[in-house]
Design a protein around this ligand. Sequence first.
Ligand code: ZN
Length: 120
Amino acid sequence: MAQYIPIQNYWESPRFHCPVCGVEMFTENGGPTEDPCEHVLFSWIDQVGDFYNVAEEINFLLQDGENWCSPSDEEFLSRCPNTAVLFALESSGMACGPVSLTVIHAIKFPESRSNQDDEA
Ligand SMILES: [Zn+2]
């Protein structure tokens, strides 16, 4: 099952870099980059409810929205690749009232080295 890691985003910058290779995948303006790296499974903004930069391998999961409401659902996580980690950047503040925003970035980490040795 994929991991889900909530992170308090104190600086409230939407910018996010791929933890595997360092490529910028979400910009300062709060939008996805047009050319994400191979590790990105998707980005998701709770207030919008839309997915961005969806990798082909989890497209099937998004078509089947019956059993889950958000990417933090256990049902959703259990169907993501095992090496996936969902980083949930949570920020909150005051606008015309208390506002909170969660942006989830799903990253697929490479298989561990011990698994790759099997190919030799
Ligand atoms: Zn990457």
